[in-house]
Each structure stands twice: as C-alpha cells, then as structure tokens.
Design a protein around this ligand. Structure first.
Ligand code: CA
Length: 108
C-alpha cells in the first residue's frame, strides 16, 4: 500500500479531480499507471506499485485541461519484513539471515 498526496492541504480551487501517475520511466513513456481521486491524497491498492524506482506526478484536472506537478522519484522496497535477504521470497535462507544477525556485530 502506498499513499501519495497532492502536496496541498485543501483541493486546488479549480481542480475537479487529480490524476496520480506512477511510472517506471522519468518521462512517463512506459508502464504508466493512472489513479484518479477528488481528494488531496490517495492510498494505492496493495500490489499496485512494484518494487524499484518509480516516478510519480500529479495532474490537477478540470474542463480547461491538466496542470502537472513536478515529478518525484521514489524507491519502493519489499514490504515483506521477514524477507531478510531481499530476494522477494520467504525461505529458510531468511531464517539463517535472521540468526546470523544475532551472531554478527551489526547491532551491539
Ligand atoms: Ca528471502
């Protein structure tokens, strides 16, 4: 689950809705996912944004057209807290990583 805001506490005076776009490319030329909301924030459904670097922008929309925000880059990480080795799977290797954490000196 990811929550994005339009950067405003109150809706833009002339915006009918907001189009939140998430893409794998900075110029939004590929893999663009659109989410429309009338609110100044939106919670995206689980699994709607894959891990890795994603680019996000918000377009305030009305009958006269769209006004785009600046684009921001975000890093989406694996939300699975027990995937200790970060391979995207839950296996005994994660348990070994966890146990090695107690043996190591990373956290004294
Ligand atoms: Ca793992």
């Amino acid at each position: 689950m990811a929550k994005f805001t339009t950067g405003r506490r109150t809706p833009a005076a002339e915006a009918d809705e907001y189009l939140v776009q998430v893409s794998t490319t900075e110029d939004f030329s590929a893999d663009v996912r659109d989410y429309v909301t009338a609110d100044t924030s939106i919670v995206l459904p689980n699994g709607s944004v894959n891990t890795g670097t994603r680019y996000v922008r918000v377009l305030a929309r009305n009958t006269n057209g769209d006004t785009a925000s600046n684009t921001i880059a975000i890093r989406v990480i694996n939300p699975c807290r027990i995937d200790f080795n970060g391979d995207g799977n839950k296996t005994t290797l994660d348990l070994i990583e966890f146990i090695n954490g107690f043996r190591g000196s990373a956290c004294q």
